[in-house]
Design a protein around this ligand. Structure first.
Ligand code: GTP
Ligand code: SPV
Ligand code: MN
Length: 583
């Protein structure tokens, strides 16, 4: 129980609306989590995995329709439509609440109402944000404890928080996809989500609070909430670890980069990589005038597809204990999990994500394409000792990544901060399975924030420009990357994963001012030979092609950018228009 009259009156109000059988306050304690897991195993919401091989691990299967974020059913419910902007769906707040409450009414009947007081970012940081999620799903409750910070200490913080916390209401309902709504009320500091229990739709501290509402708060308070990983890199020519942030749209490689395993050869040369965060960064200007970043989360909600011992052993290792898997294959013989691409040993006696019997020759894939794992970030073998620093870490460079078969070079550098904001504003990337809708469709996704910016996109870009003006000559350099260029056979040209250290190396050297560059219309490109490819199996001609900008393709691209800018419902900052006109 929390001593805060605003909390108590909201719980009372929700109790009357939802009519639960009982109320359980979640404190995240080990004994409570143990109890929840045993209850969830009893109701088959969780399946216990092999506790010798994978201690503390469980499998969950979702409703067939409920496997990813649903952007077309996600709304910003602010007073004025223009404040949500053309990149968001808008719904008048009172109308939205009426509809959502009619769906939520009595929907907890015969069920438990779990009340989860949580903190996004370290609760000892002056920058943390408190929230309370109410849910009737024990799977959501367990996942929230992994992904955010839930503890007795956090609960105590509410007694002096007044009204300064976010209301997060989640109702499982009957998972009706036609009545599924993920609604954000920035002016009321509230989120309501009904009819989905999938991560980004239901773990309301994550995308809903820490990005959509936090981006709105950041605009008002002078900071940035971004879809970015944070990593530290030790390089032989730097005395200290340098930290960088990198944004990529959903499903384009953040978790992999944040935890990348570099080759022994690079380790021997004196490089090492550490992870601070893999999905959501909060960025502020510190007392020293530099940009500082902190991880808003405390867990990893990672995609399983693509994880294996070769490409990303650190990500695999992160998911080997105290992890909840969703929608992967169950090996019935040894009660472990499997997904396509994990290794060459598909289980013989297996059950697929839908609960049907499965084997490799049955003609169906067994793991849902957006199957996920939720693991404590403390599992990460390369976790930075700074991951929890209440001040965050100082940022030396910002990377803006996209997934594009053509056009965007492997790496390039912005001429200055505003040019970097321009590059962020024109990011165009292929859609992935992280969200419903067609996969592989190229779309503009500024800063990887298209689905997560909780306010008008013009104001967001202006806010980035304003942050740069405040940072002045202390602003980090901004870079673009694209690991995903393909050849005529549709095969990736760049080996990616651990070899991305070679690109990061170029970026860090550029931050030290030690390399020269080539000019291009998109930005500064590496000079031939400056990105090391020794020891790689890569066709030199193809490598050269991904390091350069094709003039005709860029020319076509500028037309698409103009078209995109013309869709904005408030003026695009003039600094960006000027850059476009010169490009
Ligand atoms: P979300 O959690 O949805 O935001 O995804 P993410 O941005 O964290 O992406 P993640 O690291 O889960 O990777 C997504 C997909 O990209 C996986 O299928 C990876 O195998 C693939 N991927 C990641 N890095 C690379 C790379 O360097 N090269 C190639 N070719 N593929 C990569
Ligand atoms: C994403 O889609 O960007 C994710 C997964 O990281 S979710 O948390 O569901 O948004
Ligand atoms: Mn993500």
């Amino acid at each position: 129980m929390i001593r805060n009259k605003y909390v108590q009156s909201w719980i009372q109000e929700m109790n009357e609306l939802l009519s639960p059988e009982d109320i359980v306050w979640v404190d995240g304690s080990e004994s409570q989590m143990k109890l929840f897991k045993s209850i969830a195993c009893g109701t088959l919401e969780l399946i216990e995995l092999n506790q010798d091989l994978m201690p503390g691990c469980y499998l969950h299967r979702s409703d067939e329709s409920d496997v990813c974020r649903v952007e077309d059913r996600t709304f910003i419910c602010c007073e004025n439509k223009i404040d949500a902007g053309f990149t968001n769906n808008w719904w008048e707040p009172n109308e939205a609440i009426n509809k959502l409450f009619s769906i939520a009414k009595d929907s907890y009947q015969g069920r438990i109402m779990y009340v989860i007081p949580f903190s996004m970012a370290n609760p000892n940081s002056e920058f943390c944000k408190l929230g309370i999620e109410i849910t009737d799903s024990i799977y959501v409750a367990l996942s929230m404890v992994t992904m955010s910070r839930v503890s007795k200490e956090v609960s105590k913080k509410f007694s002096s928080a007044g009204e300064n916390w976010t209301k997060c209401l989640h109702c499982s309902c009957n998972c009706d996809k036609d009545e599924r709504y993920i609604c954000h009320f920035p002016e009321k500091n509230m989120v309501i989500s009904v009819n989905s229990s999938y991560g980004g739709n239901a773990l309301l501290g994550k995308k809903c609070l820490a990005l959509r509402l936090a981006s709105y708060m950041g605009k008002k308070e002078g900071w940035l909430a971004e879809h970015m990983l944070i990593m530290g890199i030790k390089a032989p020519y730097n005395d200290e670890v340098k930290y960088i942030c990198a944004s990529f749209p959903s499903g384009c490689g953040k978790t992999d980069l944040a935890m990348m395993k570099i080759s022994e050869e690079y380790e021997k040369k004196g490089y090492s990589v550490e992870c601070v965060g893999d999905d959501i960064s909060w960025l502020r200007i510190g007392p020293d005038g530099r940009l500082w970043a902190m991880n808003a989360e405390h867990g990893v909600f990672g995609a399983c597809a693509g994880i294996n011992r070769k490409n990303n052993p650190n990500v695999l290792e992160t998911s080997r204990k105290n992890t909840i898997f969703t929608n992967v294959i169950l090996n019935n013989d040894n009660k472990t999990v499997w997904w396509e691409g994990l290794d060459d040993n598909p289980p013989e006696n297996a059950t697929d994500w839908l609960g049907d019997s499965w084997d490799k020759d049955c003609g169906r894939i067994g793991a849902q394409k957006n199957s996920r794992f939720a693991a404590p970030i403390t599992n990460c073998p390369c976790l930075s000792k700074e991951y929890d620093n209440p001040n965050g870490v100082p940022i030396s460079a910002i990377i803006l990544g996209v997934k594009r078969k053509k056009m965007t070079p492997l790496v390039f550098e912005a001429q200055d901060w505003n040019h970097g904001v321009f590059i962020g504003s024109i990011m165009s990337s292929e859609t992935t399975v992280a969200s419903s809708g067609k996969v592989g469709v190229l779309r503009h996704d500024p800063f990887g924030m298209l689905p997560f910016c909780g306010y008008n996109m013009s104001d967001y870009l202006q806010h980035w420009i304003d942050m740069g003006a405040k940072l002045g000559d202390k602003a980090p350099k901004i870079f673009g990357v694209n690991w995903f260029r393909t050849d005529d056979k549709e095969e990736y040209i760049w080996p990616g994963f651990g070899e991305n250290i070679r690109v990061i190396d170029w970026i860090l050297r550029r931050c030290n001012g030690s390399l020269d560059v080539e000019m291009s219309s998109l930005g500064l490109l590496p000079k031939e030979g400056d990105i090391k490819i020794d020891g790689l199996v890569i066709d030199e001609k193809k490598f050269k092609s991904i390091c350069n900008l094709d003039a005709k393709m860029w020319n076509d691209e500028t037309k698409k950018i103009k078209e995109f800018y013309s869709k904005f419902d408030k003026p695009v900052p003039r600094e960006l228009i000027e850059i476009l006109n010169q490009s």
